[in-house]
Design a protein around this ligand. Structure first.
Ligand code: ADP
Ligand code: MG
Length: 257
């Protein structure tokens, strides 16, 4: 395999008596889509929180492009090139759609996009360059969203909220984007559009990888190149979905058979 983009070694965290993530070893290559599946409460979101510096691991290491980033605070992990979305969407509801994309640039600029966005006048005008770039990113994801860029994010339906969150993640120019259950609350049509969006973003951003927690089996069957199965905090399988789904442990743990 080529040099891994993300490497987890013996990664774990315990909350009191509960080992929520247990000795996870994982290598993700660049330019790759990997889905994470597993039952509710298996530790998938916690794994994301460990990778992105929201939780500090009780054991193990996280490396990005060969650099040890274990224990770095979340904003530094973001600056290193890992962007994410959360299980429940987190947008600045009252701010325009475009500004929500610009907030994603905060991770890689030193000029304080966040402060400038909240301040009228001069600081605001200095953001013109950022606004242009944010506009380009938004447009690449959705012409319709771009057309509505000055409307507040809070009015958007679920599918567009997800799209906007992906645009915001892209604005940080990441190497890796983690999506936590992006298709939740979407119908079939929205889910199909989401898959197409992710594929297009991959094609337009060479080297970019996605790690996606997903419960919709159609999406898991079609979208990723590889699937990781988590159960009781442990990685129990990693491979092509067609192979992984046949493993007895996976059928037991996840498919309920
Ligand atoms: P999943 O995303 O796979 O549904 P989670 O990662 O959210 O599962 O949770 C895994 C387990 O860790 C659950 O039992 C959950 O209650 C527990 N957990 C997650 N975060 C915390 C925390 N901050 N404190 C205590 N327990 C937690
Ligand atoms: Mg979760």
């Amino acid at each position: 395999m080529t040099e891994p983009l993300l490497s987890l070694r013996g990664l774990g965290i315990r909350f009191g008596g509960l080992v929520a993530v247990d000795d996870v070893n994982l290598d993700l290559p660049p330019s790759h889509i990997t889905c994470v599946i597993g039952p509710n409460g298996a530790g998938k979101s916690t794994l994301f929180n460990l990778i992105t510096g929201i939780y500090k691991p009780s054991a193990g290491t996280v490396a990005l492009d060969g650099e040890d980033i274990t224990g770095l605070p979340a904003h530094q992990v973001a600056a290193k090139g890992i962007a994410r979305t959360f299980q429940s969407s987190r947008l600045f509801e009252d701010l325009p759609i475009l500004d929500n994309v610009m907030i994603g640039m905060h991770a890689r600029t030193r000029t304080g996009v966040l402060t400038a966005l909240l301040t009228p006048g001069r600081a605001r005008r200095e953001l013109a360059g950022c606004a242009e770039e944010a506009g380009r990113i938004l447009k690449s994801l959705s012409e319709a969203l771009f057309a509505r860029r000055y409307e507040p994010a809070g009015i958007l339906p679920q599918a567009d909220r997800r799209r906007l969150e992906i645009a915001r993640a892209l604005a940080s120019k990441p190497k890796l984007i983690l999506l936590d259950e992006p298709s939740s609350g979407m119908d079939d049509r929205d889910t199909a559009d989401l898959m197409a969006d992710i594929r297009r973003v991959m094609a337009e951003n060479p080297g970019l990888s996605f790690l996606i927690i997903e419960h919709d089996m159609r999406l898991v069957a079609e979208l990723p190149q590889d699937v990781v199965v988590i159960d009781y905090g442990k990685k129990i399988a990693h491979g092509k979905f067609a192979d992984v789904r046949l493993l007895p442990r996976v059928q037991q743990a996840y498919l309920g058979q």
